[in-house]
Each structure stands twice: as structure tokens, then as C-alpha cells.
Design a protein around this ligand. Structure first.
Ligand SMILES: Nc1ncnc2c1ncn2[C@@H]1O[C@H](COP(=O)(O)OP(=O)(O)OP(=O)(O)O)[C@@H](O)[C@H]1O
Ligand SMILES: [Mg+2]
Length: 243
């Protein structure tokens, strides 16, 4: 028998109303993901991909259906519990880079640790902003995305693709079990994109589960073990045909 899914989207739906017109941005999406899988979602602009990732990550609430992560709906608790899950278990790579302009690349990568640590350890904790272990991990992540020489640069001193890579490194700093990535390599050149994908593969082999939205069908399809889905008008369907 198939083991219980790590992530289960149960008939997830999200409606938006604009100028008295209501439409379903996400329509009864049913998705079961086993731990360690690499899920790729393709689809035209406006088909609901970002909305679906936001529902999975608890950034948007569903109208119908629910998200089940490791057997529980993580988005039913109080704000504190929800923040804790979001900060520790899920790494977000947003569609648009979202770095703090007054922090260096290294500090941006370290930032989620200061939330994940909680107030008792705070910024001075070993895993926190000032802590040695967290710092080593952040440096290693920046090296892995090819930015070992840009640790002390501010976002304004980095190219768009470099900022994007800082945001990618940041998503991994808390060692989340699930990465939600929204066109993570959309603005990177081919060679850099392939390097980032190799980095994702390493993390995937270490056990991290991925749900990735992309337009680069061929590259992501070649990811070992990838399951590819198509989103169309809010509905999700698995592509079962081989290339
Ligand atoms: N906050 C919102 N209010 C109203 N409509 C919204 C909102 N967010 C998204 N939408 C609409 O929902 C639909 C799906 O949007 P979504 O951002 O999920 O698409 P997408 O597949 O990620 O597109 P893209 O590839 O362009 O990023 C779009 O028609 C969009 O206009
Ligand atoms: Mg989008």
C-alpha cells in the first residue's frame, strides 16, 4: 500500500472576485506528494500557479479544501503556530526576489534563522544571525549558488540574477523539509540555471521535497524523479506521457 503522502492538497479551491466577477484561480486541486519527490508545475500566465503555491504555504487561505502536511492541516492553528511551521518547515522562493535592501547578501540569507529561533535564542543564538553555525551554513549556501565572493554586497550592488540566487540560498537556511519555488530560475542564463538545478538535485537527494513552478519544461523534466503537472484555468493535471 502507498504510504501516507507528506503533502496532500485536498480539493483545494480559491476564488477571487474582481469588479463583481468571481472566478476560480485554483479549482479543486487534488495533489499528493511523497516525501523527497520533485514536483514541477507548468502552465500559462494566470493559470493559478502562484495562487496554488500560496495556498500550500499558508500565505493565502483556501475557500474550499485543505492542505495536509505530515498528516495535519498546518494552517488551522493560531498565528504563532502558523508562523513557526512556515519558518521552520517550508522554504519559499518567491516569483519576484524579495530581499531586504539594507542587509547584505549574507545577512539576507541569515534572516529566516532569527525568526525560526524564537525569542529565547534570538539573534545571538548559535543558529541565529550572530551565531557561528548559522553563519557557516549561510556562507556555504551562498557558495553553492555561486556567490561566495558577494557575501558582503547589498542587493543594490547585485545583478537581478544574483539577487535571485541570494533568495534561493535564503530558502534553504532553516533546512526546510519542503521547498516551494515560483519560477526560481526564470531570470537566469542557461548555465546558471543548470547550476541551480544541480544544487536543487543535491538538496532533493538529501531528502528535501520540492514543488517548483517553471516555464523551462525540458530542463526540469530531466530532473531525476520529477513528476510534471500542467495547470490550466486553475485545474491541475499530471502529465503522464513521456517526452
Ligand atoms: N489577489 C488577487 N486578487 C484578484 N485576483 C487575483 C489575485 N491574485 C491572483 N489573481 C488572479 O488569479 C489568477 C491566477 O493568478 P496567479 O498569480 O496564480 O497566476 P500564475 O499562474 O502564477 O501566473 P504567472 O505565470 O503570470 O505568474 C489570475 O487571473 C490573477 O489575475
Ligand atoms: Mg505566478
Amino acid at each position: 500500500m502507498e504510504s501516507k503522502p507528506f503533502l496532500h492538497c485536498r480539493q483545494l479551491s480559491k476564488r477571487y472576485t474582481v469588479e463583481q466577477q468571481t472566478f476560480k484561480a485554483v479549482a479543486q486541486v487534488e495533489l499528493q506528494v511523497q516525501a523527497g519527490e520533485f514536483i514541477t508545475i507548468l502552465g500559462h500566465s494566470g493559470s493559478g500557479k502562484t495562487t496554488l503555491l500560496s495556498l500550500i504555504g499558508g500565505l493565502t487561505s483556501a475557500d474550499q479544501g485543505e492542505v495536509v502536511l505530515s498528516g495535519v492541516n498546518p494552517w488551522q492553528g493560531n498565528d504563532r503556530e502558523i508562523s513557526a511551521i512556515r519558518n521552520r518547515q517550508i522554504g519559499f522562493i518567491f516569483q519576484f526576489a524579495s530581499l531586504i535592501s539594507t542587509l547584505t547578501a549574507l545577512e539576507n540569507v541569515l534572516l529566516p534563522l532569527s525568526f525560526a529561533c524564537g525569542s529565547s535564542e534570538g539573534l545571538a543564538g548559535n543558529q541565529g544571525l550572530g551565531g557561528g553555525q548559522g553563519r557557516q551554513k549561510a556562507i556555504q549556501l551562498l557558495e553553492q549558488v555561486g556567490l561566495g565572493d558577494k557575501l558582503r554586497c547589498y542587493p543594490g550592488q547585485l545583478s537581478g540574477g544574483q539577487q535571485r540566487r541570494v533568495a534561493i540560498a535564503r530558502a534553504f537556511i532553516t533546512e526546510p523539509r519542503l521547498i516551494l519555488a515560483d519560477e526560481p530560475t526564470g531570470d537566469l542564463d542557461e548555465a546558471t540555471e543548470a547550476e541551480i538545478l544541480a544544487f536543487f538535485r543535491t538538496k532533493n537527494q538529501e531528502g528535501t521535497t520540492f514543488v517548483v513552478v517553471t516555464h523551462n519544461r525540458e530542463l526540469y523534466r530531466s530532473q531525476p524523479g520529477a513528476r510534471v503537472f500542467q495547470m490550466k484555468n486553475g485545474a491541475l493535471a499530471e502529465e503522464l506521457e513521456p517526452r
